[in-house]
Ligand binder design. Structure first.
Ligand code: MN
Length: 310
């Protein structure tokens, strides 16, 4: 059954599915269960994206919540998007943040920072469900040494839009959907959208064909031009190496939820213009050359990336 056939997708060049891969359960930080789409042995990166983790969902018992104690980052951005639970963020520049469900923190590590991402003490004491996402966005070579910066978007400030038929809603974390743009400033062109589709809904999201684009299924089952993906799976789309030959027919990612679905479909749709630059990475440092990685490691060891005062 093709749930997409009734939709007006003819006005778009629908980008084909290239791969569908399952995220892998790994332990990070103090032993936090994350479902990692990449990097894995299969997929190193999806330029300009370096990592995509789904944190949990984990139901912590009282006093057993775990997090990510002091660690550095240099040369890229980390984007945290919370769905459930509460996290406290502190860093070596003196910033403190509190992340609740629906909140977005877009952190530019740039020339280097040390931070901690821990369960909020009150949340940890009571226990409860922790669920969220972390995406790593690479910085172009010319911006790798910019000053660290935070863009905090509380849930209420994340723009939302709804399709005309009312069946599809979208939270716009970066980029644009249905004519609504996110306030987040990015160094290169990035789209980051959280879609919720009611059963039977179909949607086409315009996306430049030169972007690397992926969809991560959070809940339910999605249909993409005849291919299906379920919760915990990452869908990677084909791209074209050059701008569209026929710009009158814009490219798009098309997807839908089965009419028989018993729950709404939720997915993240993330796309970005590839940097096409060399990537040298070692743990929390992502630079262009091996020498720059050695330098970053030395800076961290010598305390030059700062310390968090506890
Ligand atoms: Mn971190």
């Amino acid at each position: 059954m093709n749930t997409l056939k009734e939709s007006p997708f003819d006005k778009y060049q629908v980008l084909a599915v290239k791969h569908i891969v399952a995220s892998q359960a790994v332990n990070e930080g103090e032993g936090v269960l994350v479902h990692r789409s990449f990097p894995t042995r299969q997929i190193d990166q999806l330029d300009p994206f370096l990592l995509l983790d789904e944190m949990g969902p984990t139901n912590f018992k009282p006093h057993l919540a775990k997090g990510f104690p002091d660690h550095p980052h240099k040369g890229f951005e980390t984007v945290t998007y919370m769905l459930a639970g509460a996290m406290r963020h502190r860093d070596s520049v003196g910033n403190q943040g509190f992340l609740q469900p629906g909140d977005v923190q877009w952190m530019t590590a740039g020339r280097g920072i040390v931070h901690s991402e821990m369960p909020d003490p009150r949340f940890a004491a009571a226990g409860g469900l922790m669920h969220g996402f972390q995406l790593w966005v690479n910085l172009p070579s010319k911006d790798k040494l910019v000053a660290p910066r935070y863009q905090d978007l509380p849930a209420a400030a994340v723009p939302t839009a709804r399709s005309v038929d009312g069946l599809t809603s979208v939270k716009i974390i970066a980029g644009e959907s249905l004519g609504v743009a996110a306030p987040i400033e990015t160094h290169t062109k990035i789209t980051y959208l959280h879609f919720t589709l009611q059963p039977g809904a179909t949607f086409a999201q315009p996306m430049p064909s030169t972007y690397n684009t992926m969809a991560y299924i959070i809940k339910g089952e999605a249909v993409f031009a005849g291919k299906r993906a379920g919760a915990g799976q990452l869908v990677i789309f084909e791209r074209l190496p050059a701008p569209d030959e026929n710009p009158a027919v814009p490219s798009a990612i098309a997807f839908g939820a089965e009419i028989e679905a018993t729950e709404p479909l939720e997915l993240l749709l993330i796309g970005g213009e590839p940097l096409g630059e060399p990537v040298a990475r070692y743990g929390p440092f992502v630079m262009n050359t091996r020498e720059e990685i050695i330098e970053a490691t030395r800076e961290y060891q010598e305390g030059l990336l700062g310390k968090i005062s506890h």
